[in-house]
Design a protein around this ligand. Structure first.
Ligand SMILES: NC(=O)c1ccc[n+]([C@@H]2O[C@H](COP(=O)([O-])OP(=O)(O)OC[C@H]3O[C@@H](n4cnc5c(N)ncnc54)[C@H](OP(=O)(O)O)[C@@H]3O)[C@@H](O)[C@H]2O)c1
Length: 321
């Protein structure tokens, strides 16, 4: 079957190890099933994998991709929850020390077919397209958990999102706005700031800009480039939620400010199957559809990877199969 896979790892030139070519069909085992993928989406995770973060040489060749929507063996339209926990794990899948995401230990979703545990499938509402559904399981689920589970965001709060153009960041803006929070964003690009305003952000700023007032919560995925601004933007007692560090993970910690203002710094990773079901319901209730930056056929997936590497994204890059 056709697939996009990592054949080699390179920190400096991640796309040098990307191949679009033939791979064997996935093997299933007890409690697993095969999904015919209709749409998948790219995540920064796929670039990290090609750089060897979370993926070792020993696991190569590895089919990339965490997100998929498709049709299961019984003909049901489904969305795939990408967090694969141990067979005997019960409860919050993101807390399982042995969990992995599709494409880390098991072949990923950028393929004609993907094998997943049956319990990782949730029904896709008929009114949600495969392309939109494929955007939800990683970036949008991460945003949902950051805001509502880890960040405690409630209507009326002011929330700052750093790096407005990315997949997680656009989801944060749309979900937070729909939930009644006042969403402020930063971005390096004027176009991306304008897009964030059109998606529901109340104000958009250049990176590091002085804000009109301090905020209740900050949502971080950028890391080193924005960390100091994030810490300095919080009200006393405010909450900083971090799920990624795209620009680097060793910024000055701003420790004095963290303890003196009694700030909370909370990590967040992906989300549970139950949160994915709630996210799908929330999107349907509020008629929310993920912002799609570009769509490519699987055979042309390299173009999507190039856009992501260049930072040329306004939302999600979708791969159709
Ligand atoms: N923990 C988890 O479960 C989880 C889940 C999803 C994602 N993540 C992580 O979150 C991060 C974002 O993921 P994504 O899929 O949303 O990525 P993406 O779509 O490629 O977006 C990249 C983001 O980086 C921002 N950015 C700002 N300054 C940057 C700089 N100096 N260098 C590089 N990027 C900069 C961009 O903002 P502007 O261009 O608007 O400035 C944009 O928001 C990644 O590191 C990813 O691994 C973690």
């Amino acid at each position: 079957m056709l697939a996009a896979y990592a054949s080699a790892i390179s920190r400096e030139d991640p796309l040098s190890g990307l191949v679009i070519g033939d791979r064997p069909d996935p093997e299933t085992r007890d409690g697993w099933t095969t999904v015919s993928v209709r749409a998948a989406a790219l995540n920064h995770h796929d670039l990290w994998s090609l750089r060897g973060v979370g993926l070792s040489e020993k696991a190569l060749p590895m089919i990339l991709g965490c997100d998929a929507a498709g049709v299961d063996a019984d003909g049901n339209e489904v969305v795939v929850h990408s967090v694969i926990s141990s067979d005997d794990w019960r409860g919050d899948e993101t807390q399982d020390p042995k969990r992995s995401l599709l494409s880390e230990r098991h072949p990923g979703t950028l393929a004609e077919r993907v094998a997943v545990p049956v319990r990782n499938l949730i029904p896709k509402p008929p009114d949600l397209s495969f392309e939109h559904a494929a955007c939800l399981p990683t970036a949008w689920l991460t945003a949902y958990r950051m805001l509502f589970t880890r960040g405690g965001v409630v209507p009326g709060m002011t929330v700052l999102v750093q790096g407005a153009g990315g997949g997680v960041a656009t989801a944060l803006t749309v979900l937070g706005s729909a939930a009644g929070a006042r969403m402020w964003v930063t971005s390096r690009s004027e176009d991306k700031r304008a897009m964030a305003l059109s998606l529901g952000a109340d104000q958009a700023f250049e990176p590091g800009a002085r804000l009109p007032e301090r905020v209740d919560a900050v949502m971080e995925t950028v890391g080193e480039a924005t960390w100091a601004h994030s810490v300095r933007s919080l009200k006393p007692g405010g909450t900083l939620v971090i799920s990624g560090a795209t620009s680097g993970d060793a910024p000055p910690a701003e420790l004095t400010r963290v303890f003196f203002l009694q700030l909370s710094v909370r990590g967040s990773t992906m989300g549970t199957r139950e949160e994915l079901e709630r996210l799908v319901r929330f999107c349907m209730e509020h008629e929310i559809r993920p912002q799609i930056s570009a769509t490519h056929a699987l055979a042309d997936a390299t173009q999507g990877f190039e856009q992501m590497l260049a930072g040329d994204v306004l939302g999600k890059i979708v791969i159709t199969v």
